[in-house]
Ligand binder design. Structure first.
Ligand SMILES: [Zn+2]
Length: 472
């Protein structure tokens, strides 16, 4: 470790020699540059770099703090000796502190100083790290020594030499490579190299980081041939299905009321010979920023758990299955089920809104959240299938009224409640845009409206995500 400390400042000095223009400009403006990211505020940037807001405003000549825009360049004061441009990136599955240092060539002490990292446990999936751009000194091709393979052999195989390999990977000597360790070499990443994961895995990626409450986790994994995948996210088992280009994909909803924090994501591989390999890393779940404070007075019988629980159990029996339908019936984005009559943005209540149901006698309350999306528009208007699938439930329920559930495959289900008329039958195949029923006010509602909810592997997720982008 002692040798590391001598080598690192030299590497950093060298990298700043390569880009004298940028260094000079940054010195003139007395500080490194941070590029404002979507969702940043001046307060969050000041907090992130432990500088005062006044100082940040002064050094950048900002008079009106409300003018901040994504992409804007800000000088960060108070970081003596540091120049250049700061990039940010989310930690993905398989990234470790060591592999990121090797890939980006950022000196460890600088990285820790900028990110206030004190322990490897802070290196969870979805964490956003500041990474000073080192320009050409970025390496994207990952390699990994096999059991019994020397660094010299690995270097030759990758058209490099052992000194370059040791230097790029900040290794004290040629003895420092371990089987399965992630190393970087110059050249294009072919996608077939080690990923910091056990040897059964070629790559693993989580889409849309960080995962939010009420969001849909998308986990895409490439493995060696013949590997069967399983695993878990938070407290739910993962089911993988073959997707395009040899990728296996799992979708998993994250509960709207799950406390923001870090939770385990585990991948289990079973190899053709029956042996098993697992990898687990913590994943950040952030707030969905759902509105709070909808208070809904209702007759006590509407919210009495002795009435609502048995029906919820019936719904869960349909949507929580150990054997999700392996066919993916949907293609691309979902469409609004109210497309025939309402503007796609005409929502009367959004998913995730925190709700307090209060009995009209005011002696009974239930805390919850809105599990779907409510559309404006009244009795008798047509409801259309948001995506293709098979009808797995159609019938009257006490709380949800005339209800239809469509199985879209891969553990994804749509539910439509309170209909005045159901126009499909169990077992029927429906296509995107087919009329499946009519809006109504059946069940425990105060007025006619369409409630649409989307279940992903046993958890209701935000349907708007599925209207705005295509999964997986
Ligand atoms: Zn609703």
């Amino acid at each position: 470790m002692l040798k590391f400390r001598h080598i690192l400042p030299i590497l950093f000095l060298l990298s700043s020699f390569f880009f004298p223009l940028r260094s000079t400009r940054a010195q003139e403006s007395s500080g490194p540059i941070y590029i404002v990211q979507p969702g940043d505020s001046l307060y969050s940037i000041a907090a992130r770099f432990s500088v005062s807001l006044d100082e940040l405003l002064a050094v950048n000549g900002i008079v009106d703090p409300n003018t901040l825009a994504a992409g804007q360049q800000l000088i960060i004061p108070g970081l003596e000796g540091i120049t250049g441009i700061f990039d940010t990136r989310f930690i993905n599955f398989g990234d470790s502190h060591r592999s990121l240092m090797r890939q980006t060539q950022v000196p460890d002490d600088l990285f820790r100083r900028l990110n206030h990292v004190v322990s490897p446990s802070e290196f969870y999936v979805g964490a956003n790290m500041i990474v000073p751009i080192q320009d050409q000194a970025q390496y994207s091709k990952r390699v990994s020594p096999a059991v019994g393979e020397s660094l010299l052999e690995l270097a030759v195989k990758n058209n490099t030499d052992i000194w370059t390999l040791s230097s790029i990977n900040q290794m004290a000597g040629s003895w420092a490579g371990l089987p399965g360790d992630t190393l970087y070499v110059t050249g294009e990443d072919t996608g077939n190299n080690a990923s910091g994961l056990p040897s059964a895995f070629i790559s693993a990626e989580i889409r849309d980081l960080p995962i939010k409450q009420g969001g849909t986790g998308v986990i895409k994994v490439m493995t060696q041939p013949g590997v069967t995948l399983g695993g878990g996210l938070v407290d739910r088992p993962l089911h993988f299905f073959p997707d395009q280009d040899g990728v296996q994909t799992a979708l998993q909803g994250v509960h709207a009321l799950l406390d923001p924090g870090v939770y385990p994501l585990r991948l289990d591989a079973t190899l053709p010979d029956g042996s098993k390999q697992s990898y687990e890393q913590l994943v950040l779940v952030v707030s969905g920023n759902y509105p709070s404070g909808e208070v809904i007075p209702q007759p006590q019988s509407f919210i009495d758990p002795t009435i609502t629980e048995p029906e919820l159990k019936l719904l869960e029996a349909i949507t929580i299955t150990s054997q999700p339908t392996p066919t993916k019936y949907w293609v691309g984005q979902f469409i609004s089920p109210a497309i025939a009559y309402a503007e796609s943005t005409y929502f009367t209540s959004r998913y995730g809104t925190r709700r307090t149901y209060v009995s009209q006698e005011m002696n009974f309350t239930v805390q919850g959240f809105h599990t779907g999306l409510d559309f404006g528009g009244g009795d008798g208007l047509p409801i259309t299938a948001p995506a293709s699938g098979t009808v797995v439930f159609a019938g009257p329920w006490t709380v949800r009224g005339n209800a239809t559930v469509i199985d879209h495959g891969w553990g994804v289900y749509s539910g439509f409640w309170h209909q005045s008329e159901i126009q499909v039958q169990v077992g029927q195949a429906v296509s995107k845009g087919d009329v499946i029923g009519l809006v109504g006010g059946t069940g425990r509602v105060t007025g006619a409206h369409l409630h649409w909810e989307l279940w992903v592997k046993g958890i209701q997720v935000d349907p708007l995500d599925w209207l705005n982008q295509s999964y997986p």
